[in-house]
Design a binder for this molecule. Sequence first.
Ligand code: NIG
Ligand code: FE
Length: 428
Amino acid sequence: MKTLIRNISSLVGILPEGKARLQGEEMGRVEEIRDAYLLIEDGKIASFGKETDLHEGINEDDDLTLIDAEGGMVMPSFCDSHTHIVYAGSREGEFLDKIKGLSYEQIAANGGGILNSADLLHSTSEEDLYKQASARVEEMIRKGTGAIEIKSGYGLRTEDELKMLRVIRRIKENTPAIVKATFLGAHAVGRGYTMEDYVEAVCEEMIPAVAAEGLADYIDVFCDKGFFSPEDTEKILRKGMEYGLVPKIHANELDVSGGVQVGVKCGALSVDHLERTTDEEIGCLKGTDTMPTMLPGSSFFLGIPFARAKEFIGEGLGIALASDFNPGSSPSGDMRMVMSLGCIRLRLTPSQSFNACTINGAYAMGISREAGSITVGKKANLIITVPGITLTTIPYMYTSPFIRKVILSGKSLNPHEDIWSRITPDFA
Ligand code: NIG
Ligand code: FE
C-alpha cells in the first residue's frame, strides 16, 4: 500500500533519524521543504522531497493512492503526552464554584475535585466509560492529535483503577492513534483510607495487580501540597520501577513541592505541570534525560501562573507541551489551543511551541522513535492543512479551522465527516 501526497506548499517538522528531542536553541528551529511531496508505504513515511525531484514513473504504480494537498501545509500530528481522558460524566458544578471564586484546592478540600470523579467513575460501567472516553479520543483525532498518553487515577481503589486501565487498553486496541497508559493510583487518597494505608495499598496491592495484567507503561504520582509528599512519591515510583513501570510525575502545580527533584532522582521520563518552579528545579533538570512538560491549558482554566517555559529553554533545556485533558483543571484536549497558549501566554515562538507539541511530546511519552516528526521510517501520522497556512497562522488565528485532513498510520480521514464508526482496528 502506497500513498503519495503531492502539491504540498510546505512540509514542516523534518528531523533526521535518531533525533529523539530538541533542547535549548534547537527548539527554535523547524526544518521545512517548500513545494514538496511525501510518499507513504505501509503506514510509514517512505520518502519525501521537492516535488520537482519526484520521478514521474511513480504515478504508474497500480498500488498507489494519490492525495492532492492542494497547496496545504503538511506537518506531523500532535503528540499529547499528558491526559486524563478516561473519566465519567463531568464536573460542571465545580466549574460554577470556580466562577464564584473557589480555588482548585478549596474544591478538593471540600471533598470535590478528583474524589468527585472517583465517585462518578465507581458507579459507571466499563462499557460506558469506554464510550465516553472514545468520544474524547475521536474529538482529539479530529483536532490533529495522533498520539495520546492516558492516565488512570480516578479509581482510587484497586478494582476501579483496573477498570480504568482496561478501558485505556481497549482504546489502545481500537483507535488508529498511538496510545500509552500510565498508572496514577497516587492521584489522591481514596475515600476511606488514611494517607499511610493508601500509599501501602498503591504499593502492595495496586502496582502488582496492574503489572500482572500488563496494563500500564508508566507510573505517575501527584506530588504536591495537600496530595503526596516527596517521600511517599519516591516510595511509590520505586515500587513501580520494580515492576517495570517507568516514572513520570505531576509536580509544582499547587506549590514548589520537591517533586521535580524526586522525579529526576528516579530517572523520570517527564516531570509535568511546573507552574511554580524556582531556579533550583531548572538547575536540577539540566543534563538529565527527563523532559519538563508544561500544561498551559490548566493554567488558563484555573487561573494559576503559567510555567517559565522561556527560562527553561534559555538554560538549554527542552520542554514539551500537553493538554492535561481532564474534567477538573483542563476540560479540553485541543493541542492547537495548547500550541496557541504556548505562544500567547508562555511567549514561545511558533517554532518552539510546535516542537514542544510534536517531537518533544513524543519524547515525553516514549515514542519519539515512531512519531513526532517528518522522518523516514516513522509512522505517517500527519495533518494536511487548508491552503494558505504557515506555522505562525496556527497559533495566531487560534480559533479558525486549519485542518483539512488527518492521516494516521497512512490512512486518511476527513475531520468533518462522521469518523466514529471508522475508529476500529480496520479503520481504512
Ligand atoms: O493534572 N493535578 C492533578 N491532576 C489533574 C487534575 C485532575 C482533576 O482535577 O480531575 C491535573 O491537573
Ligand atoms: Fe494531569
